[in-house]
Write a protein of this length. Structure first.
Length: 764
């Protein structure tokens, strides 16, 4: 089940040819939206995104086309397939598909792997099952209606009790035409989907058989590290390689150009706007081992031109954002007449919130092995975005993207960082330069200082309370350097980020305004787990608790009152909101349903025993957030000692993610979100001084240790039938954690945390 380092992605002709020899069997390509037959001409144009293969031995193979980074997607996809196929789960095997146009979009992100492949996988499994039934009926010369799949890769003839295995039928079934409109299984008959299943690759990972990017080895390979500019936008003025070349094992030292990359957002950047998404450039040291390359880099002498970025600092950035926050921003959403309501307010509540730049800190730093030869390039990469790899590598080394083969390895964590292909381009450029396969490894320090950071953000809130103490108007303003600056340095306003917990705030307030202020990016801004839901969720849910305190009422009850009665909230019906991306899915399928939001709050409050008597200096905090089409509510219990020491004895989280395909992985993802959420809230911050990132390793960008993690983490899955489509799981658990944590700190100490990370704020 592990990914092989030399696994190649066969063409459809080669795959069919293989199945026609010693391992002949049933091959079914499933497409979006149509399903194509193995009997179709190999030249037929279509875009399958995975394959089912059943060999004469009865093994079922699924070629997975989503990246596995610890979320368990390979297990979930295999479960969906095996369910409709009525396969023996113990016989299901997986392989990771290399990048190929036939698979369509292979990007892994946005918590959409299951919902984007749910229907195609079910149809593929059901069609394959039907073809096996047809083959069995023909073998026995009976009616297909008299045959049934028994749930273990076996077909049974009801009248005679004869049985035949999928393996025995594989060759015959390969010639059966693919049926149309095959009925899917009744959910009441599910045996696999909806049950807890351990990861299919778990054992291989534990015993060290699994293949991560950093494990790749190819014949004749060299190793490289790069000394990159210490300041974003900097360049090499000159360098002296003499001492580095004297290090045993060092082969070459040369300058790496700052290669510009194509836009990665599916749209062209503005003419002459400049481009920030590019290879850092610097000086490469190539050697016989990574250790020798690092030793050579250590003694390099480089004179850098740091450019205008050397003037940047966290203090300067904070002052700029604070000033921008005072100025009315671009109006994004308007409900009612907020100005009139504010003018007649009996009481006004205001607050500012701030979140910092964040680094991804994946356990496996970025790395890539590339081989450029004879006008072709082959790469082995832990990437979330193999199509971007093809596009960017092709441009960087001057070949067509059809000549770039990308093998997707296991990812030792990603969180969005590995959706950017800069590290892959680096390896390809060095391979072309040396004429050898090259593995580029980024050290932990490299990974932190040259990351694509989650953006800093500042947010302002103002609520007007009427004579009855209830909110009559609500203003929220957000300012942050946008991700769009990657493709357009002139970008100053957010785009899709504003549909992540901002324009879609689901509160039942008669007068509401959402704004976005302009801000420039002075470093690389990139994707991060949960993206802008992190700052927006923190600010909105913290301010909701502040309102509850100003009103002298219970935070949970005020939160439910702000959400209002069960209804569908459609941001498109508000003034100034022209479109609402809804995480890439139809709003009609995934509306903003406050009934589900309320249910998550009520469930977690009940399970966490909200309002129970706690020891002194203990407190509970609650928060809820909709992101990636799921609804997540969290209650955090904290304990703060007299010296400001913080511990989190218990966390309860309720998640409504539609139909739960594999509850085991949902538990795992939400438990992990609690750990990551606590780590980011307590310690996560990237700061700048003289344009340089001040952090360099876990000592500066700290992550929580085992003894700091919550000892009790309860996950409560809201039960849904298959009629409620599955939604995101990997990211939605993070946004409500920080506000629930900080609200709990206020309940325990009376100290309000409005700026993250918490750091030593409790000690002052």
């Amino acid at each position: 089940m592990s990914t092989l380092p030399a696994l190649t992605n066969p063409s459809r002709r080669e795959f069919l040819k293989t199945s026609a020899t010693g391992s002949a069997g049933l091959l079914l390509a499933f497409c979006l939206p149509a399903i194509a037959s193995a009997a179709d001409s190999p030249e037929q144009v279509f875009q399958p995104n995975a394959y089912i293969f059943i060999n004469p031995q009865g093994d079922v193979r699924l070629v997975v086309t989503r990246s596995e980074m610890g979320q368990g997607v390979r297990t979930a996809l295999a479960m969906i397939l095996a369910e409709e196929l009525d396969a023996d789960w113990s016989r299901v095997k997986i392989e990771q598909g290399a990048c190929d146009p036939q698979y369509g979009d292979m990007t892994t992100g946005g918590s959409m792997s299951i919902r984007s492949t749910w229907d195609p996988l079910r149809k593929a499994g059901a069609s394959a099952r039907d073809m096996l039934l047809t083959a069995a009926a023909e073998t026995w010369n009976v009616s297909k209606d008299e045959c049934s799949a028994t749930g273990g890769s076996v077909i049974e003839h009801k009248k005679t009790a004869r049985k035949i295995t999928y393996g025995q039928l594989a060759i015959k079934a390969a010639s059966v035409p693919v049926p149309k409109d095959v009925p899917l299984k009744d959910p009441k008959d599910y045996r696999i989907v909806g049950t807890k299943r351990a990861r299919v690759d778990g054992q291989h990972i534990v015993i060290g058989e699994a293949h991560y990017g950093i494990d790749t080895k190819v014949p004749g390979m060299l190793y490289a590290v790069v000394a990159r500019p210490p300041v974003f936008g900097g360049k090499v003025k000159k360098f002296d390689a003499a001492r580095a070349l004297a290090v045993p094992g060092v082969k070459k030292v040369f300058e790496v150009p700052a290669v510009e990359m194509p836009p990665l957002f599916g749209e062209d950047r503005k003419p002459d706007s400049g481009h920030q998404h590019y290879l850092w450039g610097g000086v490469a040291v190539v050697a016989d081992s990574t250790w020798q390359a690092i030793a050579g880099r250590r003694v390099l002498t480089i004179d850098w031109d740091n450019g205008p970025g050397a003037e940047e600092s966290t203090e300067k950035q904070r002052a700029t954002l604070t000033e921008l926050l005072k100025t009315p921003g671009k109006e994004l959403k308007k409900v009612g007449d907020p100005d009139s309501a504010a003018a007649s307010a009996a009481k006004t509540v205001e607050a500012d919130y701030e979140t910092p730049f964040l680094a991804h800190m994946t356990m496996e730093p970025v790395n890539c092995t590339a081989s450029v030869r004879d006008g072709k390039c082959e790469v082995w990469a832990p990437t979330q975005n193999p199509q971007a790899v093809q596009e960017t590598v092709a441009k960087a080394v001057g070949i067509s993207k059809e000549n770039v083969v990308c093998h997707v390895t296991l990812l030792g964590g990603a969180f969005g960082r590995k959706s950017f292909p800069d590290f892959v381009v680096e390896a390809a450029v060095l391979s072309k330069k040396t004429g050898k396969p090259v593995k580029v490894v980024w050290s932990r320090e490299d990974d932190i200082k040259a990351d694509s950071f989650h953006s800093v953000a500042a947010m302002y809130f103002k609520a007007s309370l009427g004579a009855d103490g209830r909110p009559t108007a609500w203003l929220q303003r957000s300012v942050f350097p946008p991700i769009g600056s990657q493709d357009d340095v002139a970008a100053k306003y957010g785009s899709f980020e504003l549909d992540m917990g901002w324009n879609d705030v689901p509160f039942d307030i008669p007068n509401l305004r959402c704004e976005n202020g302009e801000a420039e990016a002075h470093t690389r801004i990139g994707w991060f787990r949960s993206v802008s839901n992190i700052p927006h969720g923190f600010a909105v849910q913290s301010f909701a608790a502040e309102l509850a305190h100003a009103m002298g009422r219970d935070p949970k009850e005020v939160l439910l009152e702000l959400i209002g009665p069960p209804r569908i909230v459609d941001p498109r019906k508000s003034q100034n909101v022209e479109a609402f991306p809804n995480y890439g899915d139809p709003f009609e399928t995934y509306p903003i349903d406050t009934a589900r939001l309320r249910r998550a709050v009520e469930l977690v409050a009940d399970k966490a025993e909200w309002g129970r008597k706690l020891p002194p200096r203990h407190g509970q905090g609650i928060a809820v957030h909709r992101s990636f089409l799921s609804y997540v509510a969290t209650v955090v219990e904290v304990a703060v000692d007299e010296k400001g020491g913080l511990s989190v004895p218990r966390v309860d989280t309720a998640i409504d993610c539609g139909f739960a395909a594999n509850p085991e992985r949902i538990y795992s993802q939400i438990e992990g979100a609690a750990v990551m959420g606590l780590s980011l809230a307590r310690y996560g911050e990237i700061s700048f001084k003289n344009g340089r990132v001040e952090q360099s390793n876990f000592d500066g960008f700290q992550v929580i240790r085992i003894d700091e993690s919550p000892p009790i983490t309860h996950v409560h899955i809201v039960p849904n039938g298959i009629d409620v489509p599955s939604s995101g799981v990997g990211e939605p658990g993070v946004p409500p954690f920080a506000p629930a944590l900080c609200n709990a700190i206020f309940a325990a100490t009376g100290k309000r945390i409005r700026r993250l990370p918490i750091g030593d704020q409790l000690a002052t």
